[in-house]
Ligand binder design. Structure first.
Ligand code: NAD
Ligand code: UFG
Length: 339
């Protein structure tokens, strides 16, 4: 039984992870500035688990807010989700991304050091492999240059954490490189609730299905893939959430900094996503092909052998489960957490 600080815990992946942590019998303290989330998600996590958590509204860049959290709770480890994640926006306002994601992470680890808490799980991304590595990506490949500023912040924070753990052996850090998280908790009570027009494929499809958007635009149909549309490695958010608990367990027993890919290893195309969604949910998704989206890679997917052998993690949910659960969340909550 541990006390775990979850930064960004009110967000999409964070809320699903809080649920798993509570169910595993640990205590959760969430620090979130609610810049891209709603406290309602945390109320629902507590309702689903019949357990309570502590919520602190605050920013990871606020040193005194962090010090207060560490002083008030005997924190054993931190799972760090807080950050901005919109790829397109990161090209428009890079400094905001550098400040939130890079300076925010520095502020967090400084506060951890002051409080002598040295166990950390960081939300990284497959984007750190850059353009030049072939799929399946393996953790020991040399990292590349991400195609956008958001990805760049993940690369910088990863490298910073690695250097920190080399300089000070008290640290034990997990870098989880997520592939494409989709899906929602089976209950349909928590899920992904993007603000404005979704950037990502899955919420766009479910918003078309629920009637909030007219049709899906598929970005490019002439990639060198099985059907000409881009391929990604989609992973159920509940499988991803569980990986955090296993990584935490692993880190509580060892030192240093270690990266793990969290993906299924299956490349799935955009057309396959649309067609499978239609089939399993019996909903038509009107669509059109449009130009390629700048910065998109044709195909990438994980080799997750390391997570299997070292963490004992395995993806349990199928693509069909992911698409059913995404739709279940969206149809129960057509306007997300607002209604
Ligand atoms: P999300 O936006 O739903 O969650 C992020 C949370 O952090 C939000 O609740 C937001 O309010 C909070 N936050 C942002 N800046 C903050 C700050 N300065 N201080 C305190 N709280 C702050 O996003 P998500 O999809 O749950 O992603 C969680 C993490 O995983 C992010 O770091 C993201 O970059 C990373 N990630 C996400 C994906 C994905 O496709 N969803 C893929 C790879 C990595
Ligand atoms: N796509 C469409 N239409 C849409 C949205 C997406 O055709 O309306 C396509 C994209 O072109 C891409 C695929 O669907 O081929 C998946 O796109 P997403 O935006 O859902 O996901 P990405 O793989 O582009 O991005 C994800 C994360 C980023 C991360 C990146 C690399 O969202 O945070 O993987 O790891 F940086």
């Amino acid at each position: 039984m541990a006390n775990i600080l979850v930064t960004g815990g009110a967000g999409y992946i964070g809320s699903h992870t809080c649920l798993e942590i509570l169910n595993a019998g640990h205590s959760v303290i969430v620090l979130d500035n609610l810049s891209n989330s709603s406290e309602e998600a945390l109320l629902r996590v507590q309702e689903l688990t019949a357990k309570s958590l502590t919520f602190v509204e605050g920013d990871i860049r606020d040193a005194s807010a962090l010090d207060q959290v560490f002083a008030a709770h005997q924190i054993d480890a931190v799972i760090h989700f807080a950050g901005l994640k919109a790829v397109g926006e990161s090209q428009q306002i890079p400094l905001t991304y550098f400040d939130n994601n890079i300076a925010g992470s520095i502020s967090l680890v400084q506060a951890m050091e002051r409080a002598e808490v040295f166990h950390l799980v960081f939300s990284s991304s497959a984007t750190v492999y850059g353009e030049s590595n072939p799929s399946p990506y393996q953790e020991n490949m040399p990292l590349g240059m991400p195609t956008n500023n958001y990805g760049y912040t993940k690369l910088i924070v990863e490298q910073m954490l690695e250097k920190l753990s080399l300089a000070d052996e008290r640290w034990s850090i997990a870098l989880l490189r997520y592939f494409n998280p989709i899906g929602a908790h089976k209950s349909g009570r928590i899920g992904e609730d993007p603000q404005g027009i979704p950037n990502n494929l899955m919420p766009f499809i479910t918003q078309v299905a629920v009637g909030r958007r007219e049709k899906l635009s598929i970005f490019g149909q002439d990639y060198a893939t099985q059907d000409g549309t881009c391929e990604r490695d989609y992973i159920h958010v509940v499988d991803l959430a569980k990986a955090h608990l296993l990584a935490l367990d692993h880190r509580l027993k060892s030192k240093g900094c270690r990266a793990w890919n969290i993906g299924t290893g299956q490349p799935i195309s955009v057309l396959q996503m649309k067609n499978t969604f239609e089939k399993v949910n019996d909903r038509k998704i009107p669509f059109e092909f449009v130009e390629r989206r700048f910065g998109d890679l044709a195909s990438f997917y994980a080799d997750s052998t390391r997570a299997q052998t070292e963490l004992g993690w395995i993806a349990k949910y199928s693509l069909e489960d992911m698409l059913v659960d995404s739709w279940n969340w969206q149809k129960q909550n057509p306007e997300g957490y607002k209604k």
